[in-house]
Design a protein around this ligand. Structure first.
Ligand code: ATP
Ligand code: LTN
Length: 353
């Protein structure tokens, strides 16, 4: 949020102007958790990280690494450590600013596990059995499903409720968990007294979707079978350029934005537009009468430059000790808020005697 005038308090975000009449103006609070279970790719950047970058100016942002959620399925300690460090360094390299957003590790703030248990005891078996992730895995007869996977939605509820978040930006697959969070918060407020803010899922304002470069009908994803379809943020930039050059397009041969009949081309145009800020129509008009090869060359170069710059910042951050510093400061800020809330909860439920 920008302050437009020094004399009188007028503030603006992309779509709203606030005029402050006395008192203090408070920003709405937004919270999101990211599971450190794999590599980040261009889809994550365009669909999520670049959106967070925008949100950090408009909201009071809390972003945490959901490492307690990551162990609901087996993961090696060394992988979890590396994923966590990489994730924080990449988020910072992508432009998340710790002076605007509070970035922290879930396990550094013990109130998450504490309220997680309370929320588990507020949940009914039937409610958790209806959660799709657990339901799907059970239906498939998967072996080794942990009790943690079953009770992770109440932990996610705790993550959100500790901070009185107004908004939780999530993908559609996570909306059900935010709905459960609302139910649990209302149940607690009703059973004890008003304690938690009822959060809202934010699924409408998510960023554009990026599709696989090899199968543009599927989304770009870390678990995709063909690595040529996904550009990792830590891919060698020259290899990433090759992936763009060999991206599947069509035989129509006309450069226009038509996601229906030319999904591969539309996907490439989206990538170019988001990374450079140039509107799609403008790119299309520059390429009137030209071929796909030429366009791919430009986009390949855009991706090459984007990854080169990003990885330079990432490497610098990793070696500078900045990750530890940001997480320490983030844990302090988050603990202050979360501990206050858990003390209130402990009093209400009768733990504090
Ligand atoms: P998986 O392969 O396990 O489904 P993923 O690669 O799809 O994982 P997630 O960890 O599920 O990634 O997503 C993290 C965030 O990135 C979410 O906010 C999600 O909406 C966003 N995201 C993931 N893939 C894309 C994509 N292809 N386009 C746009 N946004 C995406
Ligand atoms: N369950 C989410 C990660 C997550 C989260 C949260 C997201 C854990 N706690 C709180 C938003 C708010 C996932 O699997 N992506």
């Amino acid at each position: 949020m920008k302050r437009l005038s020094k004399k009188c308090a007028i503030y603006a975000t992309d779509d709203t102007i606030f005029v402050q009449i006395g008192g203090t103006i408070t920003m709405k609070r937004m919270l999101s958790g990211i599971k450190p279970t794999g590599r980040l790719h261009l889809g994550n950047y365009i669909g999520a990280i670049s959106q967070f970058k925008k949100y950090q100016d408009e909201y009071e942002m809390f972003i945490f690494i959901a490492n307690e959620h990551a162990i609901t399925v087996p993961i090696e300690a060394k992988d979890l450590r590396k994923n966590t460090k990489d994730l924080v360094a990449l988020y910072l390299a992508c432009g998340l600013d710790p002076s605007k957003a509070t970035i922290f590790l879930q396990s550094d703030v013990s109130a998450h596990a504490k309220l997680g248990w309370v929320m588990t005891c507020m949940s009914y078996m039937g409610e958790l059995q209806r959660m799709t992730q657990y339901k799907d895995k059970t239906a498939k007869g998967e072996a080794g499903i942990t009790a943690g996977l079953f009770t992770y939605p109440p932990l996610m509820a705790a993550d959100i409720l500790l901070y009185d978040a107004d908004y939780v930006p999530v993908g559609v697959d996570q909306k059900q968990h935010v709905e459960l969070t609302r139910t649990l918060a209302e149940r607690f407020n009703h059973r004890y007294s008003d304690t938690f803010k009822i959060p809202e899922p934010l699924t409408t304002k998510v960023g554009q979707k990026v599709y696989s470069l090899q199968d543009p009908t599927k989304k770009m994803s870390k678990s995709a079978s063909d690595p040529k379809g996904t550009i990792d943020l830590l891919d060698d930039p020259a290899a990433a350029r090759k992936k763009i050059m060999s991206a599947k397009t069509d035989s129509i041969g006309i450069i226009q934005y038509d996601p229906q009949d030319q999904p591969g081309l539309a996907n490439l145009l989206t990538i170019q537009s988001v990374l450079t800020g140039e509107p799609v129509e403008s790119i299309v008009s520059r390429y009137e009468g030209k071929g796909y090869g030429e366009l791919k060359k430009e986009i390949g170069q855009t991706v090459f430059d984007f990854l080169t710059d990003l990885q330079a910042r990432y490497n610098e951050i990793l070696t500078s000790g900045k990750v530890d510093e940001v997480l320490k400061e983030g844990a302090e800020k988050a603990s202050f808020i979360a501990n206050k809330k858990i003390r209130k909860v402990y009093k209400k439920i009768g733990f504090t005697i």
